[in-house]
Design a binder for this molecule. Structure first.
Ligand code: PEP
Ligand code: MG
Length: 596
């Protein structure tokens, strides 16, 4: 530990630096310009000279104590259910948090007459300067960890523990963070939040899905972004290419603005297609619905050009609430959503809580310790165990749908009995409402989400009981490949266009068609033109996608000959090419299919 304290540091002061271009992983497309804001803000030290040295010393002692507690707690929580990489980081944090050398140097700086904040900052700067002379990537990593801690100490000592969302955004913002949860993101003012840059992040994590839904470009896997930019500096975000320019020069900014204008023009062209029918050249009608989760999404439905909401993620209301939303609050939301949707159908999914959508007011102790929350006690599993919760949701949905058709589906059904139990709970609530002479829906359509592979083996039993089936490709692919959807290191490893996925999906689609049960694909996959083309190739005709995908997917559909792509797929799946993505891209180009 003593040795470590002598080593730390590097980078950091970028204020005198010139422009910098970084490349990461494109998570949500789009271009934006704004000023850097750190999700966990850096503190600007205002008072340098101390009035009472003893008092400052006490403040630093107290802050160290709190920081150590926080790190210990984080480490304790992380003993179960996080990656080795995360644990390693926490171990390093702990080592620094208890490093005597570091706290001693801060105390010496206080002795020289500085305030606690100024002392912490002075030591941070000195360590940084010393480290700049040593060229060792490993030590640079360590330095970042220490900078993190040093900033945490500063926030504690100055009593500013909140995120930037709490202080509010005052200008067009590019938010910078190591990682974010979906609830973190929803706390920001959407009018000001122009883009998000992450050091981690993955394509199908719920944060990314939420960002896509609200139209905020996101780039992930930007190593070191938090140490390459200062708060307030200008950042140009090219989410279409997965790159950013920090501190742009005038010519760089001009070039960027031209590309941004072109991108907007392309978007406008897609916007024009949005309202046209999604019909292929040979007359196959494709139903294009959208995924939504907030009342605002439903309000924007007419603008998306979609046929309805194919997946309403009811848990978003739970995610943005500090306390459990009761039946009344739920009902108010569902009523509003149905009103906004008008004639267009809305498919409500019962809550999918758990996994990467943990809720502080609901989390069970056992779940906190689960090693793999995505495979844990979540979604329907949790709802069936907490039947009071599910009953409340059923009543809210039933009452909100009075005099209308209620369409409801259950997430993460793994065996048919789970679907039966959930359906029976709803049926009992409908019967109860009818007996009590309350207004009831004119009809209830029940569906199951197929996102756990085991269910595909039971379709002969399940399909006759379903009014519709919805395939969630986000979870399905994570389970088929045994690859955590929120692990950034696996973000690019497996392809939705792999023959394994497409064969699997085709089997499910064929079985549903044979049973006369409508099937809809509602994962992120279907929102991308090339992937949607492949889905049509294996027989899918109903999609529920992210709103931004409606234009591009409709443009693809309208330029496609469904019979031709289906004939091609029979060959491609029988004898898969090495690179399916390339084979499909080539085919699309040759046949002038608009794939963006
Ligand atoms: C899915 O898993 O594909 C899905 C649509 O549900 P969610 O992304 O909300 O888990
Ligand atoms: Mg899912």
């Amino acid at each position: 530990v003593a040795a470590a304290s002598g080593l730390l540091v590097v980078q950091g002061d970028t204020s005198s630096a010139g422009p910098l271009r970084l490349s990461g992983l494109k998570l949500v497309a789009g271009m934006a310009r704004g000023e850097a804001v750190f999700h966990e803000p850096r503190i600007v030290v205002e008072h340098i000279v101390a009035e009472d040295t003893e008092a400052e010393r006490e403040r630093v002692y107290g802050a160290f104590r709190r920081m150590r507690e926080q790190i210990d707690n984080m480490a304790k929580e992380a003993e179960f259910g996080t990656t080795a990489e995360h644990q390693e980081i926490l171990e390093t944090y702990r080592m620094f948090a208890y490093d005597e050398g570091w706290s001693r140097r801060i105390n010496q700086a206080i002795d020289s007459g500085l305030t606690a904040e100024a002392a912490i900052e002075r030591v941070q700067q000195r360590m940084r300067a010393r480290m700049q002379e040593i060229d060792d990537p490993l030590l640079q990593e360590r330095m970042h960890d220490l900078e993190d801690l040093s900033n945490r100490l500063l926030r504690i000592v100055s009593g500013r523990m909140g995120t930037a969302a709490q202080s509010g955004l005052t200008r067009d913002t590019v938010l910078v963070a190591r990682n974010l949860g979906p609830a973190d993101l929803l706390e920001y003012d959407r009018r000001r939040l122009k883009a998000v840059l992450l050091e981690e992040g993955s394509l199908t994590s719920h944060m990314t899905i939420v960002a896509r839904a609200i139209g905020v470009p996101v780039i992930g896997r930007l190593n070191d972004i938090r140490h390459s930019v200062e708060e307030g500096e200008t950042i140009l975000v090219d989410g279409d290419n997965g790159s950013v320019i920090i501190r742009p020069t005038r010519p760089l900014a001009t070039g960027f603005e031209q590309r941004m204008a072109m991108s907007q023009k392309r978007r406008a062209e897609f916007a024009a297609v949005r309202t046209l029918p999604a019909q292929t050249l040979d007359g196959v009608h494709v139903s294009v619905m959208v995924n939504a989760g907030l009342a605002e999404d439903a309000a924007a439905l007419p603008m998306t050009g979609a046929d309805g909401i194919g997946l309403f993620r009811t848990e978003f209301q739970f995610l943005v609430s500090a306390t459990l939303p009761g039946r009344d609050r739920q009902q108010r939301l569902y009523t509003k959503v149905l009103e906004f949707a008008g004639e267009r159908p809305v498919v409500f999914r019962t809550v999918d809580i758990g996994g990467d959508k943990a809720l502080p007011y609901l989390t069970d102790e056992a779940e906190e310790q689960a090693e793999n929350p995505a495979m844990g006690w979540r979604a329907l599993r949790l709802s069936l165990d907490r039947s009071t919760l599910m009953k409340a949701q059923a009543r809210a949905l039933i009452e909100a749908s009075a005099g209308k058709v209620l369409r409801v589906m259950f997430p993460m059904v793994s065996e048919p009995w789970e679907y039966e139990e959930a359906r029976s709970l709803f049926e009992k609530q409908v019967a109860w409402a009818a007996r009590a002479k309350r207004p009831v829906p004119t009809r209830v359509d029940y569906g199951a989400m197929l996102e756990v592979p085991s269910l595909a083996e039971m379709l002969d039993q399940l399909l006759p009981r379903l009014d519709f089936i919805s395939i969630g490709t986000n979870d399905l692919t994570q389970f088929l490949f045994a690859a955590d959807r929120s692990d950034p290191r696996l973000a690019q490893r497996y392809d939705w266009l792999s023959p394994a996925i497409l064969r699997f999906l085709k089997r499910v689609l064929d079985a549903a068609r044979a049973a006369g049960v409508p099937a809809r694909v509602c994962g992120e996959m279907a929102g991308r033109p090339l992937e949607a083309m492949a889905l049509i190739g294996i027989g899918a005709e109903n999609f529920s996608i992210t709103p931004a995908g409606v234009g591009p997917v409709k443009a693809m559909v309208r330029s496609l000959d469904a019979a031709a792509v289906r004939a091609r797929f029979d060959q491609l799946l029988a004898r898969p090419p090495k690179d399916m993505r390339k084979a499909l891209t080539d085919w699309a180009r040759r046949h002038s299919v608009t794939i963006g």
